[in-house]
Ligand binder design. Structure first.
Ligand code: UDP
Ligand code: MG
Length: 332
């Protein structure tokens, strides 16, 4: 068996001791049928679990050389655990999935096929989302809001179950985000993508590591890392205050000049102070714009991402052209 491409499977783990062996067995079943074409590495990243997850990962890794494990000192969060997996993944394609059996591994062959057919990002979309819960309604609202305020959109109901090409992974590694929002980062890179529908399952054991607080924090990370629109709130507020203030000022001026109404001094002052508050808001917005630009700078994202370049193609074309010319010369 030669030259099989390496595929990495990355699983972030937080208190999944009961699920680890199960998910590992499920993955084994699936990759067994793919071993004629691909070789695999499975990377578990233990995100400061309080149970025996790390012990189990070590046991699995000792018994199978395809398995690698990394353990954080404490709980850094799902996104950073995934990022650590991406940092260590050397596969030509990298698949990320939950370690709780919510993401069925049986879709891996279709993901690999889609990748072979040119998709550099393959999302697995949850087709059972019809069951409405408060969390899924909140996530729906979030994605709709995100679409409005950012310059690109994230496919809905995909979670972090996806395949990415090594090229995408290299682009992600160039980001310098402290609180990465991977779903956004992956979509932002803009590589050709495909969405596959699959039924997500209920987690096998244990409870979700995503509390409402963690979910809201993730949504906030998503918005603040990809949009400067919240900074512009001060601008719109400032504009509103300035215009209503000018309206008020004009009203009392007309009253005073044409209708001889005598306004006490404090009313004039209040109106002027009101307009000044609007000006202050606009200046806060201006500060925000500069801060936003500095923020974008320190994120150190690649400014653009290359999909391909024609210079390489030209060279291969040139070589094949030369070969065909040589072949023709020989034939003559
Ligand atoms: N996870 C993690 N760190 C955390 C929370 C979760 O590494 O702080 C892992 C968890 O073990 C699982 C994946 O991230 O493999 C997704 O988390 P979870 O299943 O709890 O979230 P849900 O699927 O409920 O959104
Ligand atoms: Mg889960």
């Amino acid at each position: 068996m030669m030259n099989r491409e390496l595929i990495s499977i990355v699983l972030p783990v937080f208190n999944e001791s009961k699920n680890l062996q199960l998910v590992y067995n499920e993955i084994l079943k699936v990759i067994k049928n793919l071993e004629h074409r691909y070789s695999f590495e499975i990377i578990f990243v233990n995100d400061g679990s309080m149970d025996d997850s790390w012990k189990i990962i070590q046991e699995i890794a000792f018994s199978d050389d395809r398995v690698r494990g990394f353990s954080f000192t404490r709980n850094f969060g799902h996104q950073l655990a995934l990022m650590a997996g991406y940092d260590h993944a050397s596969g030509a394609a990298i698949i990320s999935m939950d370690a709780d059996l919510q993401h069925p591994p049986h879709i891996i062959p279709s993901m690999l096929d889609a990748w072979k057919n040119g998709a550099m990002i393959v999302y697995a979309k949850n087709s059972t989302i019809g069951r409405s819960s408060l969390k899924s309604a909140a996530s729906d609202f979030f994605y709709r809001f995100f679409d409005k305020i950012s310059t690109f959109s994230i496919p809905k109901h995909v979670q972090d179950f996806r395949l990415i090409d090594q090229k995408v992974c290299q682009a992600l590694r160039q980001f310098n985000e402290r609180s990465p929002y991977l779903r956004g980062m992956v979509a932002w890179t803009g590589f050709p993508s495909k969405v596959l529908e699959v039924d997500f399952k209920q987690r096998a054991y244990g409870k979700s590591g995503y509390s409402w607080v963690k979910m809201i924090r993730l949504a906030f990370d998503g918005i603040t890392s990809f949009s400067l629109v919240p900074l512009r709130i001060a601008f719109y507020l400032g504009l509103l205050i300035i215009f209503t203030g000018i309206g008020m000022f004009t009203y009392i001026t007309i009253d005073a000049v044409f209708f001889d109404v005598r306004y006490p001094l404090f009313k004039w002052l209040v109106t002027l102070i009101y307009i000044c508050i609007g000006l202050l808001f606009s200046l806060i917005w201006l500060l925000g714009e500069y801060t936003g630009r500095i923020y974008e700078l320190v994120q150190c994202r690649p400014r653009y991402v290359l999909l391909d370049s024609v210079s390489e193609c030209k060279q291969t074309q040139f070589i094949s052209l030369r070969h065909s010319v040589e072949a023709r010369d020989k034939a003559l």
